[in-house]
Write a protein that binds this ligand. Structure first.
Ligand code: HEM
Length: 555
């Protein structure tokens, strides 16, 4: 039977009563002990005043307690004192929370240390939270990672709802991620797609297995850094090896720290001890990231001074941000704001698309039938005599279904980025207090047996539309998958993300055949994930590529 949760206010009157009794007792015993002293009159007066005052309060709170309807929290598992349900979360919290939804219903309440939390894997509750009550739930918790790694929450992704977030998001939407701006980077994306093919072609010459995590990571990172910072960090780019290594290190540490569930966010006492040194690490990474961003800004300022502002066609995101005025009338945006935005874009854009691509390739290689279907479509739409172009992506409907199915089974953000409620509200008649942390379980949504059949089966055909129209890779009206979220906080980079994912996959399946090394059978591929801000495979995908186009196509 579901454990009933009652709002913490049900406990307050008895606690208040006990506290008042203790105070009265203390005052009265002081009074009797001090009889005869010069303070006796004052002490007696204080005792009477306290009794009258507290009596009044107790009467009022008891009356309130008896007459008001108790505020029922959603059902959830029983909890321990102090830690609450924290001990029920293991290495894969998205699976633990999905199991709780199976047991207690579609909306589950948890107490994580001192923090109220809810979780759901149900489309109608998700729609209620992200659409109907978007104004209530569109804030973010002020976690330590947000404070240390997002410039005190002055970015977009981790900032609480408010005028500052609104302004930064508007800058993203109106200056960085517009259709026109993204089109201006099409040439860079085409070059990076070509580098991807050349990279795999070079690596497959000796028939040795290729580490696809390296290849796909470099593709996403180069695309994003060219657009953001105007340079590549992998392959034959412009950055030197030391700078590239530093960049790689700090981005890896940043991703890891952003994904960690840090106990200090839930148990303030944990911060005093910090046994794993997590907060210390955050401060270290904060400093290194800031130094890195400061040097990027300086480079751009130097370049600007030399070029004296020629047309904006070749401007990268940092150039654009440096050219925008600040809100308070100053000529330029604040450096901290610019650094926070760069940071957000790197974190939000690179890992998400690389992890999605690795999952898609894993599932396709695991299912040779799906690989054949994808290649048939590519041969029909593109043919063997030219490379895939961005214009083809809209016509690759089967590949689009493959990406949709990948998002169903392996969403890049297992809990989106956790939201937080701004004020008290109700969902399905249950009370949700202000400042409740919201874990929308997109992994659980894609494997919810109430809405999907054979949830563990990778079957892109389930997304084919009967009328043959184009398959969209978004949540759609039914909210049965949620790769880019919805409402105020939905991903502003979704069109670019979809392009990066489709492009990499189309090139790799068009140009190469894929098999597994060492006699490994497709069904042996391990699809265990590791939890984090994004959720990659536990082991990198290693596969053998064989060119399938004429030799001259690779030169
Ligand atoms: C396959 C690629 C991508 C996936 C799966 C993805 C997914 C997501 C998800 C799930 C969220 C959280 C939404 C929420 O909390 O409700 C998000 C937020 C965000 N994404 Fe993406 N994303 C991708 C690519 C990108 C790209 C390419 C960019 C920018 C260049 C980007 C920029 C952002 C930003 C700035 C936010 C924070 C929005 C806010 O809090 O207002 N993302 N993304």
């Amino acid at each position: 039977m579901a454990h009933q949760n009652w709002g913490t206010n049900r406990l307050t009157p008895p606690l208040l009563f006990m506290l008042s009794c203790a105070i009265c007792r203390l005052i009265l015993s002081n009074y009797f002990a001090s009889l005869g002293s010069s303070y006796s009159l004052a002490a007696a007066a204080a005792a009477v005043a306290a009794i009258v005052f507290l009596g009044n309060r107790i009467h009022y709170r008891f009356w309130d307690w008896i007459t008001t309807e108790p505020r029922r929290l959603p059902p959830g598992p029983p909890r321990w004192p102090i830690v609450g349900n924290l001990l029920q979360l293991g290495q894969l919290p998205h699976r633990d929370l999905a199991a709780l939804c199976d047991k207690y219903g579609p909306l589950v309440y948890l107490r994580l240390g001192s923090v109220n939390a809810i979780t759901t894997n149900d489309p109608s509750i998700i729609r209620e939270i992200l659409v109907h009550q978007d104004d209530v739930f569109a804030s973010r918790p002020r976690t330590l990672a947000a404070v240390h790694l997002a410039y005190g929450c002055s970015d977009v992704a981790l900032a609480p709802l408010g005028p500052r977030w609104k302004r930064m998001r508007r800058i993203c939407m109106e200056h960085l991620l517009t259709t026109k701006r993204l089109e201006s980077f099409a040439r860079h994306r085409a070059e990076e797609a070509w580098h991807l093919v050349r990279d795999v072609w070079a690596r497959c010459q000796d028939g040795r297995p290729i580490n696809m995590r390296e290849v796909l990571g470099a593709f996403s990172m180069n695309n994003v850094t060219r657009m953001l910072l105007g340079k590549q960090y992998f392959g034959a780019g412009t950055a030197g090896p030391d700078e590239a290594m530093e960049f790689m290190h700090i981005t890896h540490e940043l991703f890891w720290l952003l994904g960690v569930i840090y106990l200090g966010d839930y148990l303030p006492i944990w911060r005093w001890i910090d046994p794993s040194g997590c907060e210390k690490k955050m401060r270290e990474v904060e400093k290194r990231v800031d130094d890195f961003h400061a040097s990027i800004l300086q480079e751009h300022r130097n370049k600007k001074a030399q070029l004296k502002g020629d047309g904006d066609d070749e401007m990268d995101f940092v150039d654009i941000l440096l050219s925008l005025p600040s809100e308070d009338g100053k000529a330029h945006m604040d450096d901290v704001e610019i650094k926070a935005l760069i940071q957000d874009m790197i974190a939000a854009a690179t890992d998400t698309s690389a992890v999605t691509n690795e999952w898609a390739m894993t599932e396709v290689i695991k299912h040779p039938r799906v690989l054949r279907n994808i290649q048939e479509e590519l041969d029909r739409v593109v043919g063997p005599d030219r490379m895939v172009s961005e214009a083809d992506l809209a016509n690759l409907n089967y590949l689009r279904c493959v990406v949709r199915e990948t998002f169903r089974m392996h969403p890049a953000g297992p809990f989106l980025i956790p939201h937080e409620s701004l004020c008290d509200t109700t969902i399905n008649g249950y009370h949700i207090p202000a400042k409740t942390r919201v874990f929308i379980n997109t992994h659980g949504l894609g494997r919810n047996t109430g809405i999907w059949d054979n949830v563990e089966e990778f079957r892109p055909e389930r997304h084919v539309l009967l009328d043959g129209s184009r398959v969209e890779i978004s949540h759609g009206a039914d909210f049965k998958i949620l790769p880019f979220s919805a409402g105020k906080r939905k991903c502003p980079g979704a069109p670019l993300g979809v392009t990066l994912v489709l492009m990499a996959l189309a090139q790799l399946f068009h140009c190469f055949d894929w098999t597994l090394p060492d006699g490994l059978r497709p069904e042996d591929i391990d699809t265990t994930e590791v939890y984090g801000m994004t959720m990659p495979r536990a082991e990198p995908l290693v596969a053998i590529a064989k060119p399938r186009l004429a030799a001259h196509m690779y030169h």
